[in-house]
Design a protein around this ligand. Structure first.
Ligand code: AMP
Ligand code: GLY
Length: 427
């Protein structure tokens, strides 16, 4: 089968790497791709915003499955155009992608379906939002309704800070994404991510992970797309995963189907593990980046078969096998990130993969025959181990074999779990 993969990040390199291992793959195409993806796929010059062009390409090359990595083309309805043309696609419709595309949509769905989440108010003007603050206590959680590349959430410690942030949001700081703002109750607990595959009716749990959103060690400094991740996240015990399925994922998939927007693809739940149990912080309608990288390292099953089962409503018969190992990925970013990253810095990967580690490319490019940095997050250095501690050690050994003078990484990815493993070993 011929497959088209849409995207250009580390997540898509990991997907390309795993898709390429499938016995049922004939040719893998990718757009826009990156130099890492180019090792696994033929990069095609295709404007993914031009849905008719993508549909035409699929007809020309007899594409049997399109895999859409990022959220923007999903929210933009690329999968609807493909499905209308009879092309199987892994990824939700535009209507179902509202689960990520509109925070207000998801909060209202949680309210209708009785899904545990933070209490909230939707507001559509500065006056309304200011008045609503009185119903909450600090810290105030303020969220631009639409897609804001992970930057649309403000946690304000004081009323003055909250009012200033609201003024910025309604003043257009997030463009149309900030035309509505959701104000939420602050949830206390540890965060974890849970993934499920679904064909709209059947659901299969697809693992857990924890990421590190802050740029600095000890989880300090500004938020980023994610500086590293590991999987599984043992804090999400099998008992808690059962509750997440029953209380959060199943009612979501059922309600979406019953309301005429069946959800198909991967559903990524960002969770807060509170004293009362897991609560939904947000949904994403795609794999996490870099969480996908650690999931793909651990997955033993054929990814093509699983994705096709989701696309064709046949997930009931699918089974998933995982390696009995932990995986951890360290993001190497260009200096300046998450502000303006330093582009063009030379990278030498040398023998980084010598010990079984895998280096996924995110923002890289080839310039004059050399590999250079071409974005904020540049490389995802990923390793397996019998424990998170061992996976962490192997990932950093690989990091240390890479030459990237204009790059940096956090040295403490996985710290929570490493500390728990250490405490367990001491007992
Ligand atoms: P989101 O983009 O909705 O995942 O929010 C980004 C980050 O803000 C989350 O990963 C949490 O760390 C934090 N956050 C979001 N909503 C809440 C909440 N209701 N209570 C506490 N922290 C939150
Ligand atoms: N790493 C967080 C995300 O992909 O949304």
């Amino acid at each position: 089968m011929n497959i088209l993969l849409v995207g250009s990040g580390g997540r898509e390199h990991a997907l390309a790497w795993k898709l390429a291992q499938s016995p049922s793959l004939t040719r893998l195409y990718a757009a826009p791709g990156n130099p890492g993806i180019a090792e696994e796929a033929e990069i095609v010059a295709l404007d993914i915003a031009d849905h008719a062009a993508v549909v035409g390409f699929c007809a020309d090359r007899a594409i049997g499955l399109v895999v859409i990595g990022p959220e923007a083309p999903l929210v933009d309805g690329l999968s609807d155009a493909l499905r209308a043309a009879g092309v199987p696609v892994f990824g939700p419709s535009r209507a179902a992608a509202q689960l990520e595309g509109s925070k207000g949509f998801t909060k209202d769905l949680c309210a209708r379906a009785g899904i545990p989440t933070a209490g909230y108010v939707r507001t559509s003007s500065l006056e309304e939002a200011r008045a609503a603050l009185a119903r909450f206590a600090p810290p105030y959680v303020l969220k631009a309704d639409g897609l804001a590349a992970g930057k649309g959430v403000v946690i304000a410690q004081s009323l003055a800070e909250a009012e200033a942030a609201l003024a910025e949001m309604f003043g257009g700081a997030f463009g149309s994404a900030g035309a509505e703002v959701v104000i939420e109750e602050f949830l206390e607990g540890e965060e974890a991510s849970f993934f499920a595959l679904t064909d709209g009716t059947h659901i299969i749990p697809f693992g857990s992970a924890q990421d590190h959103k802050r740029v600095g060690e000890g989880d300090t400094g500004p938020n980023t797309g994610g500086m590293g991740a590991y999987s599984p996240a043992p804090v999400l015990t099998s008992d808690l995963q059962g509750r997440v399925m029953a209380e959060i994922i199943e009612p979501t998939v059922r309600t979406m189907r019953e309301e005429g927007h069946p959800y198909q693809g991967v559903l990524y739940a960002g969770l807060m593990l509170t004293a009362e149990g897991p609560k939904l912080i947000e949904y994403n309608v795609r794999f996490g980046d870099p969480e996908c990288q650690v999931l793909m390292m651990r997955l033993e099953s054929d990814l093509v078969a699983l994705m096709l089962a989701c696309a064709q409503g046949k997930l009931e018969d699918a089974a998933i096998a995982w390696r009995n190992e932990a995986a951890l990925t360290v993001v190497m970013a260009a200096k300046g990130y998450p502000g303006t990253p330093d582009k063009g810095g030379k990278i030498a990967l040398d023998d980084a993969e010598a010990d079984g580690a895998k280096v996924f490319h995110a923002g890289t490019a080839i310039k004059d025959g050399a590999l250079v940095a071409n974005g904020g997050r540049v490389l995802n250095v990923t390793a397996l181990g019998r424990s998170v501690t061992e996976a962490q050690q192997r990932a950093y050994e690989a990091v240390d074999r890479i030459s990237f003078p204009t790059g940096f990484c956090r040295r403490d990815i996985g710290w929570r779990e490493v500390a728990r493993e250490q405490a367990g070993a001491d007992n």
